[in-house]
Design a protein around this ligand. Sequence first.
Ligand code: HOZ
Length: 428
Amino acid sequence: MKQRRSVGLYSRATKVMVGGVSSPVRAFRSVGGTPKFIARGKGARIWDADGNRYVDYVCSWGALIHGHADGRIAAYVTQRMKNGTSFGAPTEDEVLLAENICRSVPSIEKVRFVNSGTEATMSALRVARGYTKRNKVLKFEGCYHGHADPFLTKAGSGMATLDLPTSAGVTPGSVADTVTVPYNDVGAVEEAFRKEGSGIAAAIVEPVAGNMGVVPPERGFLQALRRACSDSGSLLIFDEVITGFRVGPQGAQGAFGIKPDLTTLGKVIGGGFPVGAYGGRKEVMEMVSPEGPVYQAGTLSGNPVAMAAGLKALELIGSGSYSLLEKRASALEEGLRSAAEAAGVDVTLSRVGSMLGLFFTAGPVRNFAEAKKTDAKLYGRFFWRMLEEGAYLPPSAFETIFVSLAHTEADIGRTAAAAAKSLEVLGH
Ligand code: HOZ
């Protein structure tokens, strides 16, 4: 595989950018080697700076549900850009996108746009603290809610990838109010609320964990969390930055029938542009400035170009979209399972809709401790073999493999064959 240009660009990047990247996981530290500098994407494919072509299963970490450079989104965004790119003022597309979100997700009566998932979760926690006048937040080991201080303890995504239990620069005070329990552990949730419930402003959870690999909620887990929050007067925050509009039209809350008090969104609702959002019950959201005393602001919040991209992306999700995603992703899951079985390699595969997790361990994988049993070195070798075979998987064992509406049956078949070939070699 040619890589001269990526190597050269990475060498220059590391001189002027920390780690040569703008976000840690894409530095390939856990899989080794030089990160691929991507030149372009179209549909399910991306091309790196050396012209190598890959079927992409990162999909901008889940944002691109329609695939790369969707002509319909590009056309609408281009048309909107001709009218200006930023006003620092409200626009019609912002209202249309907000109406779409409130119509699609019944628990969201009012929404506020921000520019990232991190902004969405940090703002949602501030609202919960302002509304309940409590300080503590309960989170789950291996879940990742962006890089705001309160969440950077036993977190997933890059923290798991780089094996960082917490982060330098996060003061003991800023995590003193963070209670962390194992995912899927109803007993631990109930114990935490017994001990500290009266001081817990909110519990925040990825309703389908996507930042420790993919770990679905076990039967009764989300219901128990909902009950514990309601019983103690705490708010339940569903962090649906990944799952929102990804696992179904109403996100994971619709799929699992749970009504959170607040929801955070991102990725898909930005159509490939930087957008985050938080929303929920009117009485809670009206705590936010200028309606209420909880301050939150953003110069580029509601950016008209990003709003246009998100609006078109949601409008293009049709009645058959989720069944098509289900069909493609289940075919990929079965292909990977068959490849591993044929090669005699222990894997645990997990999937919710078009979110797929691959762990090199016999399993089960129900929480972060079990996810960390995955053979990360074997994942790294698998990652590079799949890259050689033309499939771009997440450069970390603790992320999600995403399928988009642009992935074809032939793409999935070729990827399954590539996995069989790769594991045949790695399995022995
Ligand atoms: N938070 C991103 C996926 N969960 C990782 C982005 C990156 O570091 O490239």
